[in-house]
Design a protein around this ligand. Structure first.
Ligand code: GLU
Length: 452
């Protein structure tokens, strides 16, 4: 079977993590099986769908690296890929149902006669789900009595204004686009019996279905766009790597069967399978997502890290050609969880002056005699001729010995003097990058910067 999956978002102005995960699973499944991944924009809701709202989704998918084989901008045999441009196709399909007497008009709308028998969804993840649409009961809210009342189970497929309903266009397009596997959120499982009935009415075998569990927020309710980590463009802005977000999204509902949690894009492709998709809903955990991102940052080569961090370095005014940049990135790579954390950490290497953070100022209050510490450090470090990690450490150690304190006692004032902060990248390698002259100057200046 030729595998053809699709991601079929309704453009709402955002690419939500739940949608992006659906896209990822479809993309992975298609790629793994030598198939095609189709992107279809379900923009029949004219009020909500604008060019911009579709663009956000396309941009988000591109940033994640989930490029489509057919879809907007990549024309294939089955386009157009915007539902708003497929009216003629839908009209032709409606005619088929009319000819077979499977639809009728009801107050201007068109209804599809649902069959009186079990429609059985053979779902790859949820198992078999059988529903008789005719007898299952269909409810509507009655405005007059403010109560739920029995409703006509026959499905409206076209509104009185002539626009088509989701169920109909979704099925028509899955037929027309020769979709073999429909992988989508479990919130659509209740729609699938209706879709099966439509497939049957058209005399077409349905695709294989796999409904993936929902991704809930930490409090266990449906994730909304206001929840932290809900929107893909926010990941871009805050310094995530697309590969890390894919890795984390994959884990939201799937596991490889062992304890592995960090996957390179190649490993994910190799290991992902629908059989590893969980049945239970997942809970979004932003801390874990950050952790995964940190692991991916650490796996990057320095040139790749430089490319990925370029927008952040640029907006911090760090010169991409500075010869110290590669060394600084090497230090920052060890701890950063986000690309945006890198510039503040390495800034002391490049800036002429440093300023002391309030937190650092507070930490040094009541600390050992700062003036004495600084003058001793300067004295001892002046004698260091080969400005290397080992030699600097020995210099700091000598200063500590001459003051009869532990070396650790000097590290905090030294760090604050050199970087302005109480934490950051490994201090001594930073001092190497900053250079002897500037380092000594900064240590000398600390007491006056502290106002003492
Ligand atoms: N447009 C639907 C949605 O965004 C697509 C459902 C499907 O994948 O079939 O939920």
């Amino acid at each position: 079977m030729t595998v053809r999956t699709r991601f079929a978002p309704s453009p709402t102005g955002f690419l939500h993590i739940g949608g992006a995960r659906t896209a990822l699973y479809n993309w992975l499944y298609a790629k793994k099986n030598g198939g095609s991944f189709v992107l279809r924009v379900e923009d029949t809701d004219a009020a909500r769908s604008t060019d911009d709202s579709a663009k956000v989704i396309l941009d988000g998918l591109k940033w994640l690296g989930l490029e489509w084989d057919e879809g907007p901008g990549v024309e294939g045999k089955f386009g157009p890929y915007f539902q708003s441009q497929r009216q003629d196709i839908y009209d032709a399909y409606l005619e088929k149902l009319q000819k077979a007497d499977l639809v009728y008009e009801d107050e201007g709308a068109t209804r599809f006669r649902v069959p009186d028998k079990d429609m059985v969804v053979h779902d790859r993840i949820c198992g078999d789900v059988a529903v008789n649409l005719k007898t299952a009961g269909s409810k509507r809210f009655d405005e007059a009595t403010k109560q739920e009342v029995e409703a006509n189970p026959d499905i409206v497929i076209r509104r009185p204004d002539g626009s088509y309903i989701f169920h109909f266009v979704n099925v028509v397009d899955d037929i027309e686009m020769k979709i073999s596997h429909v992988i989508r959120g479990e919130d659509h499982l209740s729609n699938t019996p209706k879709h099966l009935a439509l497939f049957e009415a058209f005399g077409v075998a349905p695709p294989i279905y796999a409904h993936i569990p929902l991704n809930l927020n930490p409090s266990g309710t449906k994730m909304s766009k206001r929840d932290q980590g809900a929107l893909i463009h926010e990941y871009v802005q805050s310094g995530f790597l697309g590969a890390a977000v894919n890795n984390y999204m994959a884990l939201l509902g799937w596991s490889s069967g062992d304890d592995q949690e960090v996957f390179s894009p190649e490993e994910l492709l190799e290991k992902f399978d629908l059989s590893g998709v969980n049945k239970a809903n997942s809970k979004f955990d932003f801390k874990k997502c950050l952790w995964v991102n940190g692991e991916h940052i650490r796996s990057l080569s320095i040139p790749d890290l430089q490319t990925a961090a370029a927008p952040f370095l640029e907006s911090a005014g760090i010169d991409a050609d500075d010869p110290r940049l590669l060394g600084a990135l090497e230090l920052a790579r060890e701890r950063a969880q986000l690309l945006s954390e890198i510039p503040p950490v390495i800034e002391p290497v490049f800036s002429a002056d440093i300023s002391i953070t309030d937190a650092a100022r507070e930490k040094l209050t009541g600390h050992v005699d700062i003036a004495k510490v600084c003058s001793t450090l300067v004295q001892s470090l002046t004698e260091v001729s080969d400005w290397s990690v080992d030699a600097i450490k020995a210099g700091i150690n000598n200063a500590a010995e001459s003051m009869e304190v532990k070396m650790g006692k000097l590290m905090l004032p030294c760090r604050v003097a050199v970087t302005g902060a109480t934490s950051g990248a490994d201090l001594v390698p930073m001092m190497v990058l900053i250079g002897k002259e500037t380092t000594l100057q900064r240590i000398e200046n600390l007491p006056s910067l502290l106002g003492g």
